[in-house]
Design a protein around this ligand. Structure first.
Ligand SMILES: [Zn+2]
Length: 156
């Protein structure tokens, strides 16, 4: 195995941090580990922090992996029903994992974008980009947090 998995039990969810190489076999096997932990703790909400190196797997790859994992579970007949269309219900526990894995780059992008916007707004209002302190009296350096302002235009 070329990945490391750390699972922290929170009151409402499992916080999973995975680091290592981003390969199909790694993703498959850490998801197995997460599933096992879910089963052990009976906790199906997973906050997944993926810090894998290498090219990102395509969404369809992750979907493949999730449905591969779902199939044997479904055929084991958890609900004891053999009605057609019931097999997929076994894959539901995986959806939080799958959705979060797909969303994490988006969340990251949103955070980056909003922090950039806040900084830009602060600077344009003559405030410190780090803490928002009013820098009109001391445009070179923030007296509050010590940030040296490089983007301020001195108002004369
Ligand atoms: Zn400051």
């Amino acid at each position: 195995m070329t990945y490391t998995l750390s699972i922290e039990r929170k009151p409402t969810h499992l916080h999973v941090v995975v680091t290592g190489e981003n390969t199909r076999s790694n993703v498959l096997s850490y998801m197995e580990d997460v599933m096992r932990e879910c089963e052990l703790t009976d906790c199906w909400y997973v906050l997944l922090e993926e810090r894998l190196e290498g090219p990102r797997l395509g969404t369809m790859d992750v979907f493949d992996i999730a449905s591969q994992r779902g199939r044997p579970l479904g055929s084991s007949g958890i609900k004891g029903k053999s009605q057609p269309g019931h097999g997929w219900s076994a894959t539901i526990p995986f959806w939080p994992v799958f959705v979060l894995a797909a969303l994490s780059p988006m969340v990251w992008l949103l955070q980056w974008w909003s922090s950039r916007r806040v900084r830009f707004e602060r600077v344009s209002q003559g405030k410190c980009s780090t803490c928002g302190y009013d820098l009109r009296a001391t445009p070179e350096r923030c007296p509050e947090c010590g940030t040296i302002a490089t983007q301020h235009v001195r108002a004369t």
